[in-house]
Design a protein around this ligand. Sequence first.
Ligand SMILES: [Fe+2]
Ligand SMILES: [Fe+2]
Length: 415
Amino acid sequence: MARNHKPEDFHELLGIMEELHHLKDLDAALLDALLLQARRLTSADAGSIYLVEDNALNFSFLHNETLFSSARTKHLYTSHTLSLDSQSIAGYVACTGKTVVIDDVYEIPRSLPYSFNHFFDDVSGYRTKSLLAIPLKTTRGKIVGVLQIINPLGKDGESIPFTERDRMVLGYFADNAGITVERALRTREMILRMIKMCELRDPQETGAHANRVGAFAAEIYHQWAFSNGISEPEIKKNRDLIRTAAMFHDLGKIAISDLILKKPGGLEQDEFTIMKYHTIYGARLFENPNSEMDVMSGEIALNHHERWDGNGYPGKIADIFADPVQLGRGKQAEEIPLSARIVALADVYDALVSKRVYKEALSEEEALAFIREQAGKQFDPEVVAAFLSIREVIVAIKNRYQEDSTPPLRYRITS
Ligand SMILES: [Fe+2]
Ligand SMILES: [Fe+2]
């Protein structure tokens, strides 16, 4: 990202803003795009985004052109926390709402409240020099995060200071980015509320499970799409869609009776048949789809229990709105949409490695052995291959989204 790539045209800036408005996934695609565009506007070599969450600053996303050839590494799910005070640069920006521009972070006067934490430089050998940190604010002026951009590069790739123009352009950019982040936060909250609703009915379907399945699905898709030569814009779009749509895979359980959902031990044959209908009920929620997200959500809800070998459910159904509706003959191989083939694996893997009331968690090795063994039977072999080649990312996701320590809301009738 050398200086000569810097967009001088205002239309390009507007184009970037327009792109941002189409992004809804807060975790990966949105932060990735924000950082990439902010770096592009200033020809910066590196950058990071912190989000204000639970009265702390969460280090949420990192780019470094020099250190990482691709931003898509386990660092996507890296999570460190800074306290919300003026000792760090990002903390100072988050507390005061002021923009900070520093020509050399190793020369910060002692009179200033903040200092540069050179831990990352020490462990990586990278040399941070100039830094621009700017608050991300909502329309009501609430600070939702901090965007930190590092080392703009000159024509010959040398690190140069930020200019007044950089500060101005990034200020305008940050205003829009803050609104985008806020909107994404609201959408995410609404999604999690829907998942919570489901959790009230079925305690296994937790928000953490939904988050993990969504993130696994996005990463497996990315790897699959990359191996299949899918274009970068197409990958980015679908990755964003599947991340959210996968979270709704079991929403249809809301329509299944408590007697079945909460029955201890195994289900009788007829009870299991009723349980299978959660796929159809889930798909019905996305009737009259208004967006690609609705279409994919319906597809995943309907097909996430189909099996590659044709022995899954609910099978081929002419009209899912028919009353009564009959289960059909299992869909097979590519008759099952790719999104659902991916979620089928993500959902089963997460269930295997999670502890449940009725079972202990399987070890990672045991779960992998099962998945390998089921390639071509329960799962699409290509999806299994994609999953197995991103082990490091999968483990990072597992660590990122642990079960909530606060117990889900429960009610008890006492007499
Ligand atoms: Fe399900
Ligand atoms: Fe699930």
